[in-house]
Design a protein around this ligand. Structure first.
Ligand SMILES: C[C@@]1(CC(=O)O)C2=NC(=C\c3[nH]c(c(CCC(=O)O)c3CC(=O)O)Cc3[nH]c(c(CC(=O)O)c3CCC(=O)O)/C=C3\N/C(=C\2)[C@@H](CCC(=O)O)[C@]3(C)CC(=O)O)/[C@H]1CCC(=O)O
Ligand SMILES: NC(=O)c1ccc[n+]([C@@H]2O[C@H](COP(=O)([O-])OP(=O)(O)OC[C@H]3O[C@@H](n4cnc5c(N)ncnc54)[C@H](O)[C@@H]3O)[C@@H](O)[C@H]2O)c1
Length: 225
């Protein structure tokens, strides 16, 4: 079995996290950064300081009580993160019955999705998994990628994202667009951004862009310079 990699838009979705210990808190934090409509968190114990801080987010609500099958109604993703294997396994069975995607913290084989190690640079998101073989290796690779793809990748992707519709609107042949996008994507723009050498960034854009787009360079760099 191989997992299917996908990026989810959770903005209209409701999610459930059962168990808000160390693992549950990590899953809640990643979830929050994706901005789902609602996250319901259940735990038998009182909310920790960390959870109370996360509860500042209006989409998150905590209830100190036992999980019940009715809690699955309307959920897109369910996370079972308790330290009670029986409870986690029970949630897995109910999710299977209801066809709800679930992540079972202590039982990858009962989970229908894995939480990958991930790295964000603005619109760029990298997500990786070892298929459950070694989360520690996923963590290592995520840290290596963080070093290789520094913060400059956020403005780099922003510039390329703003440029794309301008180029496509010129109505040039696809092969020509591809050459231009590849030239910029493979070129030294990230290095120039990392060194905050905005004169070089401007030069690189002027060299690559057709003359009719030169007047747009200022807007491409808006908020970046
Ligand atoms: C990526 C990340 C995302 C996140 O959770 O946010 C994540 N685990 C992370 C860290 C981590 N987790 C653990 C360690 C200790 C070292 C080690 O065990 O290797 C470390 C590393 C550390 O802390 O150093 C312990 C552990 N993990 C699982 C079990 C249960 C089991 O295997 O049965 C046990 C207890 C085993 C035991 O009993 O000892 C299971 C899973 N953990 C996964 C994801 C999924 C597979 C990911 C993949 O395919 O690679 C999967 C299958 C299910 C899931 O959770 O979705 C996050 C890194 C975030 C980052 O730093 O970037
Ligand atoms: N998937 C992963 O990344 C990963 C990593 C480490 C550990 N684990 C496994 O995940 C599980 C949780 O680990 P942890 O470190 O967060 O444990 P933890 O002890 O810090 O937290 C568990 C939480 O579950 C709550 N809980 C217990 N029974 C409950 C119930 N019936 N309903 C609601 N809440 C309940 C507890 O009150 C506690 O807050 C363990 O089984 C561990 O083996 C998974």
């Amino acid at each position: 079995m191989r997992h299917y990699p996908a990026f989810l838009n959770l903005s209209a979705c409701s999610c459930l996290v059962v168990g808000a210990g160390a693992v549950g808190l990590r899953k809640i934090t990643t979830l929050l950064s994706a901005g789902p409509r609602e996250i319901c968190v259940l735990d038998l114990g009182e909310a920790s300081k960390e959870l109370l801080d996360l509860c500042a987010s209006p989409s998150l609500h905590f209830e100190q009580r036992e999980f019940d099958e009715s809690d699955l109604k309307g959920r897109t993703l369910v996370f079972a993160c308790t330290n009670n294997a029986k409870v986690n396994s029970h949630i897995a069975e109910l999710c299977q019955k209801h066809g709800t995607l679930c992540n079972i913290a202590d039982a990858p084989d009962k989970s229908t999705f894995i939480v990958p190690a991930s790295l964000k640079r603005g619109a760029l998101v990298l997500a990786l998994s070892t298929g459950g073989a070694s989360p520690a290796v996923s963590r290592r690779i995520r840290m290596e990628l963080e070093k290789a793809l520094g913060p400059e990748y956020e403005p780099f992707v922003a510039i390329m994202g703003r440029l794309r519709p301008l180029i496509l609107n010129l109505g040039l042949p696809t092969a020509q667009n591809t050459t231009l996008f590849r030239q910029l994507a493979l070129g030294p723009l990230p290095e120039a951004l990392r060194e905050n050498d905005m004169l070089r960034v401007r030069d690189l854009l002027s060299e690559a862009l057709p003359p009719q787009l030169h007047s747009h360079i200022g807007e491409l760099l808006d908020g970046i310079e």
